[in-house]
Design a protein around this ligand. Structure first.
Ligand SMILES: *[C@@H]1O[C@H](CO)[C@@H](O)[C@H](O)[C@H]1NC(C)=O
Ligand SMILES: *[C@@H]1O[C@H](CO)[C@@H](O)[C@H](O)[C@H]1NC(C)=O
Ligand SMILES: *[C@@H]1O[C@H](CO)[C@@H](O)[C@H](O)[C@H]1NC(C)=O
Ligand SMILES: *[C@@H]1O[C@H](CO)[C@@H](O)[C@H](O)[C@H]1NC(C)=O
Ligand SMILES: *[C@@H]1O[C@H](CO)[C@@H](O)[C@H](O)[C@H]1NC(C)=O
Ligand SMILES: *[C@@H]1O[C@H](CO)[C@@H](O)[C@H](O)[C@H]1NC(C)=O
Ligand SMILES: *[C@@H]1O[C@H](CO)[C@@H](O)[C@H](O)[C@H]1NC(C)=O
Ligand SMILES: *[C@@H]1O[C@H](CO)[C@@H](O)[C@H](O)[C@H]1NC(C)=O
Ligand SMILES: *[C@@H]1O[C@H](CO)[C@@H](O)[C@H](O)[C@H]1NC(C)=O
Ligand SMILES: *[C@@H]1O[C@H](CO)[C@@H](O)[C@H](O)[C@H]1NC(C)=O
Ligand SMILES: *[C@@H]1O[C@H](CO)[C@@H](O)[C@H](O)[C@H]1NC(C)=O
Length: 731
């Protein structure tokens, strides 16, 4: 979420989209692959009665720690001097890196401004400290240093690419750079929000998210008479106190590794991005536009962005909370936010998207994401206390607020009814009427709420009412909002007729929420890829009917991780991508945004294949979609311990797919492995359970391109699928 001025900027339902599109891309490749694979096998190996049993490649390396991007300690030092930006009378600049001696900046009247640019080597967030060796001046005034922070060299200027004061409307603390009046004796200065003199002079904004810092010797005229641009200042070292979650290898409770080095790195890059956003909610470094909230103060939260958008928005959590659950054991970071927003529910059932503007920012979609996020919290962490406490809030938002903006003739949510006319969404898109995105998201939320009601028990009426309503809305979406001329859903209406534009969000979520059946989904995906593919990702609209450049804007999903990894600042996932792969809001763009980390749940849920089907993973599915990945292994944390999975597709020329999995004691799951020919042999723990003479009591269901079976209890289950004619082979 990015709220700018009176309109919100761009942001966030992207998560689900991300998941969906990546999944679909992988599925399609996978289908083609399997078809050709089995065709090939059938030609090569005549059927024999011999059977394959054995294990594959258990020697796969377990060295995921090398992908971890976190600094080793919370005190982080710069790694390089950017020499082509460094100028003026500066001695011994390398000592900033080596710690040997001091660096001295000297400026006399008429000199070039002494300037040093240091590179922290990666995007970081927190409070910068400078250990000064002292200052000297032969003329009146204290020598002044100014600091400008930036996530990229592209937007590095004499002021920060973004500083807290940029959002402070009429009451800016700084002009965009932080100022220091350097004391004459050695001391450590730490960037702190506030001013050194008179409450308004020689000021700093405090926390920054950045990769580069420009340090230059200069005084603001407004800071007179306290500081001067002249004299000498020496610096012995500088370091950052990193305030995000320090995600060192020992903190990972879940991980992902596969035969694809890039996927592995992007999984860990995105976790680091999310860690930068996971921080304690503090008054002086949250979003300054009315986001400070005593009920969040001091609590761990997941902010939207690291340098900007430092306020937790629930739409963004739909992605970032999953990344958090799947990587580290800090469920309270999401729970604190969901509980606080639930506590601020309005009397008509509406739930605020965030604390900004004292919990009044009017968004129409985020209360639905609150329901979806509450479901995810329950499913991933098994937090029964939370879901029981906030169940009445779910009832109220679904049964009071959304009916108040429903057109009773069509059963559809209609933007314009009730209070909704002035409401926005994750990007404050100017759309109206029966918007596909709101309606398909409503279906998803209703069905998730019905599942919660069923799991909790004694809420059968709620479950059946919500399921029936979801079906009504789903039928209406299919009946009213589909544009047969392109094979995708309209976005909304322009006047009384549909707008000639189609959005990625509603169309994708129509598939995730099962509003679109298989035929419709196929058509939608084909349209999305033909109309919206850009060299740096898929655009979120097919044209610019609603606003300029929408057809060129990309929110993070699978095809753009490479783009982000190979452009500054590197590693971290961006809030959005603009025309030609640019930062979509220039310097203002956050380049570490948790909502763009959907590759983490996408790979864990779909490639490793693990998803919860009961609260806290008490039941689960393991269903890998290999695509062109040869093997994957990883761990998914649950409240009772890890679910560990390893699968290997690399012996496909010998007709074999291997999977081994273990889950906590008492957990029951369904494991599905890819097949395209129901006559394959399936072995569970080396016993033939399908495809020949079996009498094991294990029921294997072959449906589509998967063979599925139930497993229960603890310990390890290994499943091997082999083409019947594959024989027993050395692998
Ligand atoms: C300065 O050097 C960096 C590499 O250290 C390079 O990326 C950048 O383009 C250079 N900038 C200018 C203005 O030369
Ligand atoms: C640079 O500064 C030093 C003092 O730090 C001074 O001795 C020297 O003369 C200055 N050099 C120039 C070229 O101004
Ligand atoms: C930054 O530099 C520009 C010129 O490049 C100048 O116009 C502006 O006043 C400077 N801003 C501050 C805050 O020093
Ligand atoms: C926040 O900043 C103000 C100055 O703007 C300062 O007076 C106050 O002590 C700071 N609060 C905290 C908790 O650091
Ligand atoms: C780093 O910052 C945190 C949060 O402000 C603070 O509690 C901690 O003491 C700081 N650590 C150091 C070494 O300055
Ligand atoms: C509800 O939808 C119908 C069909 O599109 C439309 O004719 C009617 O005006 C809508 N009702 C309201 C209150 O907008
Ligand atoms: C479904 O729609 C029909 C008419 O369109 C209506 O009579 C019925 O009450 C609706 N059911 C629910 C659960 O909303
Ligand atoms: C899929 O949904 C569309 C739109 O509701 C419908 O026309 C079509 O018959 C459905 N196809 C199948 C196979 O159910
Ligand atoms: C994108 O690239 C094209 C072709 O190089 C250029 O014409 C266009 O101006 C660029 N747009 C932006 C916003 O940079
Ligand atoms: C797993 O299944 C067994 C019997 O099939 C059942 O007793 C047990 O309660 C199930 N465990 C969970 C967590 O649902
Ligand atoms: C499945 O395998 C059998 C051999 O066991 C072969 O006869 C049959 O054609 C295969 N079917 C498909 C759809 O590949």
């Amino acid at each position: 979420m990015a709220l700018q001025g009176l309109r919100a900027g761009e942001s966030s339902a992207w998560k689900k989209l991300v998941l969906l599109l990546s999944l679909v891309a992988i599925m399609w490749r996978s289908t083609l692959f399997l078809v050709s694979f089995w065709g090939y096998i059938a030609q090569c190996y005549p059927a024999t009665s011999s059977s394959y049993q054995g294990t594959l490649g258990l020697e796969r390396p377990d060295d995921w720690e090398r992908y971890v991007q976190s600094p080793a300690r919370n005190i982080v030092s710069p790694v390089a001097i950017v020499s082509n930006y460094t100028q003026g009378n500066i001695t011994n600049v390398d000592s900033l890196l080596t710690g040997q001696g001091v660096t001295t900046l000297t400026r006399n009247d008429g000199d070039t401004i002494p300037t040093i640019v240091v590179d922290f080597g990666r995007n970081v967030v927190g409070f910068l400290s400078i250990q000064f060796g002292g200052a000297y001046n032969s003329t009146p005034g204290i020598p002044s240093i100014r600091l400008a922070f930036s996530e990229t060299l592209e937007y590095l200027t004499n002021v920060s690419d973004f500083s807290r004061s940029d959002n402070q409307d009429g009451q800016k603390t700084t002009p965009g750079s932080d100022q220091i009046a350097v004391e004459s004796d050695p001391y450590t200065w730490t960037d702190t929000h506030g001013c050194e003199f008179e409450g308004t002079k020689v000021c700093a904004d405090g926390l920054h998210g950045y990769r580069y810092v420009k340090i230059y010797m200069d005084a603001l005229p407004a800071d007179a008479p306290y500081t001067t641009s002249y004299g000498s200042v020496s610096i012995s070292s500088m370091s950052l106190n990193f305030t995000g979650f320090l995600g060192t290898p020992d903190t990972f409770t879940g991980w992902f590794q596969s035969s694809d080095e890039q996927l592995n790195q992007w999984w860990f890059d995105s976790v680091y991005t999310n860690d930068m956003c996971t921080d304690t909610f503090r008054e002086n470094d949250t979003e300054p536009r009315g986001a400070y909230s005593p009920t969040l103060d001091g609590k761990l939260v997941i902010h939207d962005g690291a340098k900007r958008d430092r306020d937790p928005y629930v739409g963004d959590l739909a992605v970032s909370a999953l990344t958090s659950y799947l990587s580290h054991d800090v469920p309270q970071a999401a729970r604190n936010v969901l509980a606080d927003l639930g506590d601020h529910q309005r009397s008509d059932g509406w739930i605020p998207p965030a604390s900004i503007r004292d919990y009044t920012l009017p968004l129409l979609d985020y209360p639905l994401w609150w329901v979806v996020c509450s479901y995810d919290l329950y499913m991933y962490t098994g937090d029964t206390e939370y879901i029981t406490n906030y169940y009445p809030n779910i009832v109220k938002v679904l049964d009071t607020f959304y009916p108040s903006i429903t057109n009773t003739t069509t059963s559809l949510l209609q933007k314009g009814l009730g209070v909704s006319a002035g409401y926005g969404d994750y990007a404050f898109l100017p759309r109206t009427g029966p918007v596909t995105y709101y309606n398909v998201l409503y279906v998803l939320a209703l069905n998730h709420a019905a599942s919660i009601a069923t799991f909790l028990g004694s809420h059968d009426d709620d479950a059946s009412r919500w399921t029936a309503r979801a079906e009504n809305v789903s039928d209406a979406v299919n009946g009213e909002l589909f544009d047969t001329s392109v094979g995708a859903f309209w976005d909304g209406t322009c006047g009384s007729s549909p707008c000639a534009t189609h959005a990625q969000d509603g169309n994708s979520i129509s598939i995730l929420s099962s509003v679109a059946n298989h035929t419709t989904a196929t058509s939608i995906l084909s349209y999305l890829s033909s109309a919206m593919a850009r060299p740096y990702g898929n655009a979120f609209y097919d044209n610019d009917v609603l606003a300029e450049s929408y057809s060129q804007r990309v929110y993070a999903f699978i095809s753009m991780y490479g783009w982000m990894a190979s452009n500054e600042p590197g590693i971290t996932a961006w809030e959005g991508i603009g025309p030609n792969g640019s930062k979509y809001e220039g310097a203002f763009t956050s380049l570490a945004h948790g909502w763009s980390t959907g590759i983490v749940p996408a790979l864990t849920n779909n490639v490793l294949g693990v998803t919860p089907t009961g609260p806290g993973f008490s039941s689960y599915n393991i269903k890998p979609i290999p695509g062109d990945v040869q093997w994957a292994k990883g761990v998914v944390p649950t409240p009772q311990g890890p679910i560990a999975v390893y699968w290997d597709n690399s012996a496909w020329t010998q007709g074999v797919f291997f999977l081994s999995a273990s889950a906590p004691d008492g957990y029951n799951g369904t494991i599905s492995v890819p097949v395209t020919n129901s006559s394959v042999s399936v072995y569970l723990n080396s016993r033939l359970v399908s495809g020949g003479e079996t009498d094991t009591g294990v029921k294997v269901v072959v449906e589509g391109s998967y063979a599925s079976m139930s497993v229960s209890g603890d310990g390890e289950n290994t499943i091997t699928v082999g083409y019947q004619g594959g024989g027993k082979r050395e692998l």
